[in-house]
Design a binder for this molecule. Structure first.
Ligand code: DON
Length: 618
């Protein structure tokens, strides 16, 4: 059966015409491919589908009556990270108060898009490491009729950007400028993304989706142990007065259980409530951002803000053993990489190998190694360079990548190709399904935990440091982990490459799961393993989320495995195959939703790795 992208673009893929060199005996992945059939425009196609407007309209009327009641501040109760079932809708996020706000919107007659917007604004208040209005992200939507679409609200490079902007006055690359300066801030996309998706597919009144976040920011909410500790550590290190003022009481830490309010943020949110995107990209908030940029020698101007537009894009679609995989296109690398890896793995008997056995982990790592090499070579903002999406996600390409996987020996990643820069692990993913089966998968971020660390004085929110996801500079690839390939260099208005993987799984027209995770480059592999855990090992959504995860990203050439993820024996078997194995830490926070195909129930599966996560049904 043709995939959606084949149908749209009508280009069945063939292997002929590819010129390939490689030393398969040595497992050499230094491959050069000449793609004669590159398709530059895959990800630029805008798709827009009819939703069930009748059903939405009667629900909107009901919404108007009950909204005031439902938006009363949520009660703080003892939080336990556990799965939740509902016959109607479900929200699963990294912060349970935000999930409750989304569920309240569903109870009031809002649809899943409305709930995703309200949850996103609430996370900007309750989950400040990654929830944001000063950052950006992606949303993948599957409609009850099986059609899908994606909203790209990734940050953009300011107009004054330049591929060499990370060099200091001596012409040397500076990691500080790249990741920790005002120049590291990309033009934020979140508010434009929420505004756009609401105009396209929302049903509830916009103001009702922002108001709960305003209430949380203005009236405050009780600090959990995890959040109190996190903001104390953050504020104690911050050089910025406005940041210290938001995240502490004039330098004194907030205590666990204390109420934390953010009045400047509440006022910024009020402007968004009243003027939608113009309340952020124009007027007072825009002026405050531009003033802070001038003060800190950042690049974002009023013009950059006014010009920012979110984009609707065609989703990446693949198939795996009869399941439909729907994920994010460029500028995220996720959809392409996940589909590539699944296509490679489809040829193997994974259940026969056993979950997290040495043989299984070896084959996963080999698939990951190859997909991440492709990612480094080909993936970037498709509005600026030709990304061969159809080619990379074809079954033929996977056959070709699979040909030199040795079932008993690790391949070798060659740093002479391209190296990858280090990346921070702070982002957040949440999932929403409503009573009609409308499904929304959202991952958004400030990039590092708390982003740039810069709170806009007077506006009360953190700015991202997403420009760090651009490559270091032309030709700056070196063995210390810099990457200097052309496609993902900072250029005016370009979006930086991402790994964020909001995804949806369906089968035979039925919704199966809404998934994704934070975790920098590990995100793609976390999402892959959620799919494999369900499809290959028959795990429930909660089991799939809880199971230990592994990560390989081509370079550095090693397998990372979560603490307690494997036995000493499996580790030793992998090492005998030639793998370097590193065990420790945790990977991701995959706040997901599954659907029980027998009862139709939505199962909210918050990730037990994050203590404040929570799912709430309506
Ligand atoms: O877009 C990206 O891929 C990264 N900026 C995401 C950063 C991230 O996931 C940090 N997460 N926990």
């Amino acid at each position: 059966m043709s995939s959606y992208l084949d149908l749209v673009h009508g280009h069945p893929q063939v292997l002929e015409g590819n010129e390939v060199t490689g030393d398969s005996a040595a497992g050499n992945l230094a491959l050069k491919a000449h793609w004669s059939d590159l398709q530059a425009h895959d990800a630029r196609q805008v798709s827009r589908f009819e939703v069930d407007m009748l059903s939405i309209r009667w629900r909107t009327v009901l919404f108007a009556f009950v909204v005031t009641l439902a938006l009363a501040p949520s009660k703080i109760s003892t939080q336990q990270v556990e799965s939740v079932r509902s016959q109607e809708g479900m929200v699963s996020s990294q912060q349970w108060i935000a999930s409750q706000i989304g569920a309240d919107i569903l109870s009031s007659g809002g649809n899943a898009v409305d709930a995703a917007i309200a949850t996103g604004f609430a996370l900007a208040v309750t989950h400040p490491t990654a929830g944001n209005i000063g950052g950006g992200g992606f949303m993948v939507i599957r409609f009850p009729n099986g059609q899908s679409t994606a909203i790209d609200f990734r940050e953009k490079a300011p107009l004054a950007s330049d591929p060499e902007m990370w060099l200091d006055e001596n012409g040397e690359y500076s990691s500080d400028i790249h990741h920790r300066s005002h120049k590291a801030v990309g033009v934020p996309g979140t508010v434009a993304g929420f505004d756009k998706v609401h105009r396209l597919y929302g049903a509830a009144a916009w103001a009702d989706l922002v108001q709960p976040a305003i209430d949380l920011a203005g009236k405050g909410f009780e600090l959990s142990e995890s959040l109190a500790g996190s903001i104390e550590r953050f504020a104690s290190r911050s050089p910025y007065e406005a940041t210290v003022s938001v995240f502490s009481k004039g330098g004194t830490p907030y205590q666990v259980g204390e109420s934390w309010s953010q009045p400047d943020l509440a006022r910024s949110l009020e402007r968004i409530r009243d003027d939608r995107r113009d309340g952020f990209y124009q007027g007072e908030t825009a002026s405050l951002i531009a003033a802070e940029m001038r003060r800190g020698e950042g690049l974002i101007t009023l013009e950059d803000l006014a010009r920012y537009q979110a984009r609707e894009r065609a989703t990446i679609q693949g198939t795996y053993r009869g399941y439909d995989i729907i994920s994010m296109p460029p500028p995220s690398s996720s959809g392409v990489a996940i589909v590539t890896m699944l296509n490679i793995l489809e040829a193997y008997d994974l259940p026969g190998m056993g979950h997290n056995s040495a043989e299984y982990i070896h084959h996963l790592a080999e698939a990951m190694r190859r997909a991440y090499r492709d990612r480094a070579q080909f993936l970037a903002d498709a509005d600026f360079s030709d990304v061969p999406v159809q080619r990379l996600t074809s079954k033929e390409h996977a056959t070709w990548l699979r040909r030199n996987i040795d079932s008993e020996r690790a391949s070798v990643s060659h740093p002479t190709d391209v190296e990858m820069a280090p990346e921070s692990p702070e982002t957040t993913h949440y999932s929403v399904v409503d009573v009609n089966g409308l499904a929304v998968s959202v991952t958004y971020t400030l990039e590092s935990g708390y982003g740039s660390g810069i709170v806009v004085p007077g506006a009360g929110f953190l700015l991202n440091n997403e420009m760090g996801d651009f490559n270091a500079g032309p030709g700056l690839t070196n063995e210390n982990g810099l990457i200097g390939t052309a496609a993902n260099l900072a250029r005016p208005q370009q979006r930086m490459l991402s790994s964020m993987s909001p995804s949806i799984v369906a089968r035979d027209g039925a919704l199966i799961a809404v998934i994704g995770s934070p975790g920098g480059r590990t995100i793609i592999n976390t999402t892959l393993q959620l799919i494999l855990n369900m499809v290959e090992f028959g795990m429930s959504i909660s089991e799939a989320v809880a199971a230990p995860r592994i990560h390989h990203q081509w370079l550095p050439d090693r397998i990372r495995i979560e603490s307690n993820g494997i036995s000493a024996q499996v580790q030793s078997q992998l090492e005998q195959m030639g793998h370097i194995v590193q065990v420790g830490g945790r990977q991701g926070s995959a706040n997901s939703i599954g659907v029980d195909l027998i009862t139709g129930e939505r199962i909210g599966a918050p990730d037990p790795r994050s203590p404040d996560s929570g799912a709430r049904g309506n």
